[in-house]
Design a protein around this ligand. Structure first.
Ligand code: G3P
Ligand code: CA
Length: 386
């Protein structure tokens, strides 16, 4: 059973009462401080509500850089989230996708102009520059840039400062920060395009397990999750006896690419049903749904009532860690937007309150400091006045 529930506030009340100010409690009692994560499959995990720094603290720094991960940990994220892809020489590096023109300065590098090409990734033609066409040494000459310069203009201040990290470097950073902060900083690692990387002979899972082993993060109590939008690689990792918990990612529409490629007609909607979730529980410890699979947005822009997903997942013994929570208006339900600009901050704490109340076990957020505050409020005996 989930144990960490304190104050209760109905979703309807949160969304219907739309005051102009948000009054936070002056202080959160020390006894309500969130507990450190215990990354053990099963019940031990279910007692912890975790905040995952999505691509680091990507609301404040270019995503998937050491600076972004470090800031997330310093803001209180329990886990930092590296997405991994492979280089040509089979080293895992952290990028949201293998096409890197949106997050690095590769397009401005004349020496790599001839690497621009078109490939079919997960059934979709894509033109650009791809990590698997670069050695690690070549990739290291590039510099990260902000993916969303229109929404996060402040982050462009850091364009050109940071390299593309290897997973090894992220695990080293995790170790250093865990010592310094005197708590375990976890890593919530996502394999990106695993079927594609298998086909091109750069399978992700073997180097991932080797990196975890080398960092002594392969044990049952290691603060690690492995997540994937595909199913076959998670099933395979489970069959191999991987001891860290596995998480099946899902979306509101579409289907896992490995199932599509195999001619299997199952969709994410079927995976999200009560029976689909019971099946996921045969190989994984949690699910990572898109946030509107937990609380759908209504046509009038308000948050609706929670779906059955959280209850069904918990009944199957699965954790629920939805993605992705962000502060800016453009990512919030219309009734929670404040100010005229898409990049103005809206009432993200109100949104997050509704999700904690719906029973989620953790959240992926680009703004880990906001996630930590919303969790503190939820765990507090002092009821916030929104
Ligand atoms: O892994 C959780 C969430 O990150 C999934 O979405 O596309 O941001 O990797 P994405
Ligand atoms: Ca991810």
């Amino acid at each position: 059973m989930l144990s960490a529930r304190r104050w209760k506030v109905s979703v309807a009340a949160v969304v219907a009462v739309v005051p102009l100010t948000l009054v936070l409690p002056a202080a959160v009692p020390a006894s309500a401080a969130p507990q450190p994560p215990a990354a053990v499959p099963g019940e031990a995990l279910a007692d912890d509500l975790i905040v995952v720094g999505h691509r680091g603290a990507s609301g404040y720094r270019p995503e998937h850089t050491l600076a972004s991960y470090e800031l997330a940990a310093r803001m209180g994220a329990d886990y930092i989230e590296p997405d991994v892809v492979s280089t040509k020489d089979h080293v895992l590096v952290t990028r949201h996708e293998n096409e890197i023109s949106g997050t690095t300065d590769v397009a401005a590098r004349p020496e790599f102009a001839d690497r621009r090409t078109t490939k079919v990734i997960d059934g979709v033609p894509l033109t650009g520059w791809f990590t698997e066409d670069f050695t690690l040494a070549e990739l290291r000459t590039l510099r990260a840039v902000e993916r969303l310069p229109d929404v996060r203009e402040e982050n462009t201040l850091y364009n050109g400062l940071y390299q593309v990290p290897t997973l090894d470097e992220v695990l080293d950073l995790r170790d250093r920060l865990s010592r310094e902060l005197d708590r375990e900083v976890g890593v919530y690692i996502e394999t990106k395009h695993p079927t594609y990387f298998d086909v091109v002979g750069l399978s992700l899972e073997e180097p991932l397990l080797a990196d975890l082993r080398q960092a002594r993060l392969d044990g049952q109590r290691a603060p690690v999750f492995i997540q994937s939008f595909e199913t076959a690689n998670l099933r395979e990792l489970d069959r191999q006896g991987v001891r860290v918990p596995l998480v099946q990612l899902m979306t509101a529409v579409g289907a896992p690419y490995d199932l599509l490629a195999a001619g299997d007609p199952r969709t994410y909607a079927e995976l999200s049903s009560a029976s689909g979730l019971r099946d996921i529980a045969s190989y994984a410890e949690g699910v990572g749904p898109e946030k509107n699979q937990v609380i759908p947005a209504l046509p009038d822009g308000a948050l609706g009532a929670p779906t059955a997903l959280v209850d069904d997942a918990h009944a199957a013994g699965l954790l629920v860690h939805p993605y992705t929570f962000r502060n800016e208006n453009t990512f919030l339900p219309p009734v929670l937007r404040e100010g005229p600009m898409p990049d103005d901050y809206g009432r993200a704490l109100v949104e997050q309150a509704a999700y904690w109340e719906a029973g989620i076990d953790g959240m992926f957020t680009d703004n880990p400091d906001t996630g930590v505050v919303s969790r503190q409020l939820f765990l507090s005996t002092v009821q916030p006045v929104f």
